[in-house]
Every structure is written in structure tokens, then in C-alpha cells.
Design a protein around this ligand. Structure first.
Ligand code: ATP
Ligand code: MG
Length: 558
């Protein structure tokens, strides 16, 4: 079930109007432009869904374009991961585009600006440039190199390109207005010398265009009609427009800004996520506790649930922090529909059924989904020894404890009614085994005499099950807003965000489990095979999400 908010958001309205008025010949072309300097996170999903869905709605196209003009931090592994993640989210693109493919054209556009007297080579140092730029309250001062002749600028820029200068010696700057109230317009740098090898162009270039110069021209070259970006680029829009107005580009896309996604109890910034990974606070970029899309995929998040979440939170100009509970509830809604049910015991307690025949077992029938007949059934073996959850037994149980205690009867899901007769304890007094009896006339779980048994518990056959480790996850941070600058991100980590249960017993059926395929372990939550830790003879499952929101109460109380 995918939410479709009929009314649409403000960007939807703008595009609809444009199409109606036949602007851009009624065409819609959008793009998702990641910088390949890290892995995508759920915040990026908002931008991906927005761009691809707008294109889909108006029969347009959406490009995946790598904004790869800063070779220092960009890597091929990020490019590969981003491509497969966009596909995984459910979006198709033509072959990916790269800003680096436009380096030649960008260079010629820079020459065109110089020829127009709208760009100059500046020889101030980085510190001097900062000083001359002024502040929010003080206008800037013209660079002493601002009046260089076109010929001199062309000569110096060519020599910058030819590698004759060191990094920082010269930059190419747009000649706009050092007195502009918008600092972005105070002669921004558009090219710098950088003697770095680029993942795609190798050592062909030793000057690289800056983001603001690259982005608008790349958009224009691709015929983008609506360039959708997050709010921090609002102050860059006048520069975006200035560059395109000065140059003869094929078109002039419209930049529209929207608020970034923020979610409580996590961080959505590549730089901060990088710190967690590099300092080994998590297992890697795909740690299931991270909000990276690779991590969420490994955890068992479905693309549908993420798309649905993005649809529900909508798109607006106003930023807000979204409750993690909403993301998880989108996931539960999807998994509840799709996931087959199985049984697993996370903290096993052995049960011997005294009056069940020795050395036999039988096959019971379990439904794969309580409401969906079409999902079929499976067989579950039952024998004299089973495991139940430690929590489903209590020695001095209150009246309302409808599970196991001496003298009490419960229903074993899909099996029989059993009654606890006795317990076996170890030297410390801990209960290590239950002795029960079963009523052979209650196969399937109902007593022919109609006696009422309230509790139903899950179990697995001790003689025919698999051993597994199960990872339980909780919030990665203790504080709702770990991004607040006052706080140290690391001190704010939740020390209990991972609990490893090493001696779980699972229904045999789960030998067939594959990563990303999520099961509901009845009464416990949703789980999937871990793609990294599991191997052929070592089963490791991740808890994708609990059945209910344990944090809802906490959040309501505040
Ligand atoms: P980060 O701050 O995590 O490094 P970024 O903005 O630098 O993110 P880019 O690779 O430049 O990452 O992002 C590609 C696109 O995704 C941009 O258009 C950006 O606006 C958008 N984007 C990034 N983070 C979010 C977010 N939290 N919510 C919505 N859109 C986002
Ligand atoms: Mg960025």
C-alpha cells in the first residue's frame, strides 16, 4: 500500500502550473545530484523520491547525476553504492551522468566569462580572500586583481590549467559585486588549482570547477527544468541565476528549495556518520543501526516503507524533526502485510512433555499469515522436548499472568494445550527446565470440552530447530537531537543500542532465509537474516523492528 497524497505539495503545484502553461514545452526534467563522497542516508531518500516521483507524475525524466567536481573526497565505491541504492529504492534512471563529463564544457564556459569581462584570475591567498570578502554586517572590498585585462586573465587561466601554478596561488573568480548583501555574490571563486587525481578523469585536470559553477551549468546542459534542492542553497540561487544569465546555456532551469529531512535520535549528515564509522562506534557504513540506506536495507527496511514515509512527511519550506516512530510505523505497516510468520525463541527455556511418546515427532500445520490464506501454510515439527521463552514462565506468577507457572495451562501456538507440573533448578536456584504434560485431545489448540485457556505462547521443537544469534537494535543515540552542537555526538551514543543474543532457537523453516527477506517471529517482532555476519552454518538474524513502538509511551509522557 503506497500512500498517495492527492493534493500534492508546493513543488508539485509549481510544476503542475508550469506544465499547464506549457513552460519548457510542457516537459519536466529533474535530477538527483549526489556528491559521491559517502553513502546515501534516509535524508537523501527524500530528495530521490521527490525528484523521481515528480518526473514520473508528469511523464518526464529524472537523471542521476554525480556532482563529482571535488576529487579529494570522492570514490568509486560511493558511486557504485549510490547507483545500486537508487535502484533498490525502486527508481530507474538512464545511464548515470557525471559533472566530470562536463569538465571540458565548464572550462569553455569559464573562458566565455573571462572574455565577457565577468571573471578574473585573483592572486590573493585564501586568507586574504576571506578578509576582502567582508562579513554579514560589513561589505567586502575589491580584490586588487579585479581589474586585470581579459588577455592577462586568459593567459593566467590557461597556465593554471597547464599546471604552472601551485594550489592556492591563483583562483578564478566571478566578477559580480563585492558590496552585495549576499556574500555568495561577492566575487565567488569558480575555479581553483587542485593537484589531485580524479576517480574518473585521472590526472587530466589540475584545475577543478567549484560546486556553484558546476551545478547550474550541469543542470542547464542536461535540460533540467526544475532543479530541486535543500534550503541551504536558497542563498546560492542568485548566483545560480547570475551564471546562467551571463552564459549562453541551452536553458535556464528553475531552482526550488525545500526543507531537509531530520529525524530524532539519529544524525543525517555524511560527515557525522563518517565519524561514527571511522572511529569504530558502529560496524561500518551498513551497520543496521545507522540511517544510511545500506544500513536500513541490511536491517530489513523495505523500499516501499521508505517511499511511503517520504510521501507521508511531505515536502515543505519549513524544516522539522520527524519522530523515528513514524518511520518505524511505516515499516510495520508494510511488513505486517508481507511477512510470513514463523516461530523463534530468543531466550530459550527447555520444556519436557512427560506424557508425550519418546523418540517420535509429528508435523503440525502453521499458517504463514493469519489473514492471508494465499500465503499458504508450512509444517512445524513437535516432539517431547521443546523450547519456550524464559519470559513465558514465572514461578510466583500473579493471577493475571496467562502463561506458564506450576499448575497453569497454556496453548502452544499451532500445537497442544500443556500444563506445567514441575520445574528443575540448577545449583543457584535458577529454573532451567519445565516438566509439563500435554492433552493429546487438544491438537490445533482447542479443548474438546470447551475449557478456556487464555494464553498462547510460541515455541520451537528442541529436537528439530536451528541455533542462531539474534541482534536486537535500539536507538543509536540517547538524546532526541544528537546534532545539537553543544553536545558531543559520541558521548550521546546509546550504550545499549545493540544487544546480541547468542543462543536463540528458531523454527527449522528458517534454513531457507535470505537477507532482506523479513519474517515476523510471532509475538516478538520482525527479523531478517544478516547479510554480513551470517554464513551457511551460522545463522544470524537482525531485528528489523519490534511489533509495537516501545518509545511511543516515552515520547507521549514528555
Ligand atoms: P550531507 O550533509 O549528508 O553530506 P549533502 O547535502 O552534502 O548531504 P549531497 O550528496 O550533496 O549530500 O546530496 C544530494 C542531494 O540530496 C542534494 O540535493 C541534497 O539537497 C539532498 N539531501 C541531502 N540530505 C538531505 C536531507 N536530509 N533531506 C533532504 N534532502 C537531502
Ligand atoms: Mg553536499
Amino acid at each position: 500500500m503506497e500512500a498517495d497524497i492527492k493534493k500534492g505539495h508546493f513543488i508539485h503545484s509549481i510544476i503542475r502550473e508550469d506544465v499547464k502553461n506549457n513552460k519548457n514545452d510542457g516537459k519536466v526534467v529533474t535530477r538527483f545530484p549526489p556528491e559521491p563522497n559517502g553513502f546515501l542516508h534516509i535524508g537523501h531518500a527524500k530528495s530521490i523520491c521527490l525528484n523521481f516521483k515528480m518526473a514520473q507524475k508528469f511523464n518526464g525524466t529524472c537523471n542521476l547525476r554525480f556532482d563529482d567536481s571535488n576529487p579529494a573526497k570522492e570514490k568509486q565505491i560511493y558511486i557504485d553504492s549510490i547507483k545500486s541504492t537508487v535502484n533498490w529504492l525502486g527508481f530507474e534512471f538512464n545511464s548515470p551522468l557525471f559533472a566530470s563529463d562536463y569538465f571540458d564544457k565548464l572550462y569553455h564556459f569559464a573562458i566565455a566569462l573571462i572574455n565577457k569581462g565577468k571573471a578574473y584570475v585573483c592572486s590573493l591567498t585564501a586568507d586574504e580572500i576571506r578578509e576582502y570578502r567582508g562579513t554579514l554586517t560589513q561589505t567586502g572590498n575589491d580584490s586588487p586583481f579585479r581589474k586585470r585585462s581579459v588577455e592577462e586573465n586568459l593567459d593566467l587561466f590557461t597556465r593554471m590549467k597547464n599546471g604552472e601554478f601551485d594550489e592556492g596561488e591563483h583562483t578564478l573568480r566571478a566578477k559580480i559585486d563585492m558590496e552585495s548583501p549576499n556574500i555568495n555574490l561577492r566575487d565567488p571563486i569558480i575555479y581553483r588549482v587542485k593537484k589531485a587525481s580524479h576517480p574518473r578523469t585521472g590526472d587530466q585536470w589540475c584545475i577543478y570547477p567549484m560546486y556553484d559553477f558546476t551545478h547550474c551549468i550541469s543542470d542547464a546542459l542536461e535540460g533540467i527544468t526544475h532543479s530541486l534542492c535543500s534550503l541551504e542553497f536558497e542563498d546560492h540561487r542568485p548566483l545560480y541565476d547570475w551564471i546562467l544569465d551571463e552564459l549562453e546555456t541551452p536553458c535556464h532551469p528553475q531552482q526550488i528549495e525545500f526543507a531537509r529531512m531530520n529525524i530524532n535520535f539519529t544524525v543525517l549528515s555524511k560527515r557525522k556518520l563518517q565519524r561514527l564509522v571511522e572511529d569504530n562506534h558502529v560496524e561500518g557504513w551498513d551497520d543496521p543501526r545507522l540511517p544510511t540506506l545500506e544500513g536500513m536495507k541490511r536491517r530489513g527496511y523495505t523500499p516501499e516503507s521508505i517511499r511511503n514515509f517520504c510521501e507521508i512527511i511531505g515536502v515543505s519550506k519549513k524544516g522539522s524533526r520527524i519522530d523515528m516512530g513514524l518511520l518505524e510505523s511505516c515499516l510495520r505497516d508494510d511488513l505486517n502485510e508481507k511477512s510470513p510468520r514463523v516461530m523463534g525463541v530468543l531466550k530459550p527455556l527447555k520444556v519436557t512433555i512427560e506424557n508425550y511418546p519418546d523418540d517420535t515427532s509429528e508435523e503440525l500445520i502453521g499458517k504463514n499469515h493469519p489473514q492471508k490464506e494465499e500465503m499458504g501454510t508450512r509444517t512445524i515439527s513437535f516432539s517431547k522436548q521443546i523450547y519456550v521463552e524464559q519470559d513465558d514462565f514465572m514461578e510466583d506468577a500473579p493471577k493475571k499472568f496467562f502463561r506458564l507457572s506450576i499448575g497453569r495451562e497454556v496453548r502452544l501456538r499451532y500445537a497442544y494445550l500443556i500444563t506445567c507440573k514441575d520445574v528443575i533448578k540448577d545449583e543457584s536456584g535458577k529454573v532451567i527446565e519445565l516438566i509439563c504434560t500435554y492433552d493429546p485431545k487438544t491438537k490445533g489448540g482447542n479443548a474438546p470440552d470447551g475449557r478456556k485457556v487464555k494464553g498462547t505462547i510460541h515455541w520451537v521443537d528442541a529436537n528439530d530447530c536451528i541455533d542462531a544469534k539474534v541482534n536486537l537494535y535500539d536507538r543509536l543515540f540517547k538524546d532526541e537531537n544528537p546534532e545539537q552542537d553543544k553536545q558531543d555526538l559520541i558521548e550521546n551514543l546509546n550504550p545499549d543500542s545493540l544487544e546480541e543474543l547468542k543462543s536463540c532457537k528458531l523454527e527449522k523453516h528458517l534454513v531457507n532465509a535470505v537477507p532482506e527477506y523479513v519474517y515476523q517471529f510471532e509475538r516478538l517482532g520482525y527479523f531478517c537474516l544478516d547479510s554480513r555476519q551470517a554464513s551457511k552454518d551460522h545463522f544470524v538474524f537482525n531485528r528489523t523492528v519490534t511489533l509495537r513502538d516501545a518509545w511511543a509511551k516515552f515520547l507521549k509522557k514528555r
